[in-house]
Ligand binder design. Sequence first.
Ligand SMILES: [Zn+2]
Length: 546
Amino acid sequence: MAGAAPARAQSSAAEAPAGDGPWIVRATFEERAQVDRLAAEKEPWEVHHDQRYVVVDVDREGWRRLVELGFAPVVDVARTEYYTRPRAALPGQVEAIPSFPCYRTVEETFAAAQALVLAHPNLATWIDAGDSWEKATAGGLPGYDMMVLRVTSSATAGPKPALFINSAIHAREYATAELTTRFAEFLVNGYGVDPDVTWILDHHEIHFMLHANPDGRKRAEAGQLWRKNTNQNYCGATSNNRGADLNRNFPFEWGCCGGSSGAPCDETYRGAAPASEPETQATRTYATALWPAGWVGGNPPPSNTAGMFLDIHSYGMRLMWSWGSSTTVAPNGIALQTLGRKFAFFNNHNPHQAIYLYATDGSTRDFAYGERGVASFTFEVGTDFFQDCASFESTIYPTNRQALLYAARVVRRPFELPSGPETLSVAAQPNAVNVGQPITLTATDDDTRYNNSNGTEPTQNVAAAEAYLDTPPWAPGAVALPMVAADGAFDEPVEPVQAVLSTTGWPVGRHLLFVRGRDSASNWGPVAAVFVDVSVPVELQTFTIE
Ligand SMILES: [Zn+2]
């Protein structure tokens, strides 16, 4: 690169547009090292290693820096216009972010979560995990509490495996908090209605930090491309470039590897010290309480470790796992890859180890895996920071809801269950019976559902299937009811399975029937369930007539 850069720099600099920007630019590069240098100070919106260009927002100084690093920037006129146009409420819009009626504000999100807790106190809890920088810092700014919405059924005692979902740590990533808020509402409203949601909440906890950077989010809601927190000690109290990148501020491998910046005005500024920011401290303390063990004796987590952390970002349609700081495959890297390819089956993201794009250090993802020892992923949802509502509703929410639901299904054993078959289309015929009337239970076990766009996940034939009545396979007293291949032989990777079950002796009431499958490599997949209602025949009912 050294030889070519000066000439390219001169020609690009000559093409610099008039004014001060900001501009959204497409900037071509010669080699990967340029991207790594850029990403250590500025977050590229897009990185296309195959076509050798990045998309990034720059002001005049940023343009100069791009040229200095050997990039050849060209203004994307349409996107620049989209991001710099004044934002106004749509006709009749009285809620949500102006021009984006699908994205609730911080206050509206918190109000929705509190309403959920009020209506379902047995399923949802609202927990104050700390303060945002503005609240933590004396100076008259109100700021926010760092709130966690915990969703689980209080009817079932713990301890339970914990899934922690973080969103909007980067303020401008509009779609992320709405995605997780909708998913939390989906879970709470589905309890007792959807059989899978019901067992998930009976036996697991889902923790949502819906707004991991509420101070910054308020800036972004006003139309600014705000990424960091709003810490006024960094880059000047009134600068729009101030603050720390909370996703570079975590103490695990903080500033280790060229994956963050030490310059306070940079987009990827890592903060003054590891966990210097109150938002980081809140998240870290909360996560540590969920998963106190960490890397026991310095050893990587065993394959049967429960727990999972997901950090939901936008954008780029990527599905990433540790490490982001090194090209080394993580000790659990193959298992993380399997689960990553499974998630990506649902949301059609590109699955890869995080560092493929560029190095990151001090990130939430590597903290959760590297310090707390749980399966950990970054989702980069959608195709824009200020994502249009039409694609959020039609694609981003429905596809990612499926991925998040899968996370909840496997959080008990995230390094193991994703290798096994998925159980689909569980049905009981009939699903309402009198005691003693047999039912036919059917399902399909499918070992093939992975995103194979970046390498091919090994799959096997389905080798066995079984059902459980009310007590799932991991619980004490579980009794396996064998199922058979509907076509007579377990010899395919997608296998219809069935069992005829007598209901003699089943208690009257609503039951959950669980089904799971095992592949020929001895991997059991997660369960899926169906409701069956059992009653007493009318002729046997006794009535008391007064
Ligand atoms: Zn982000």
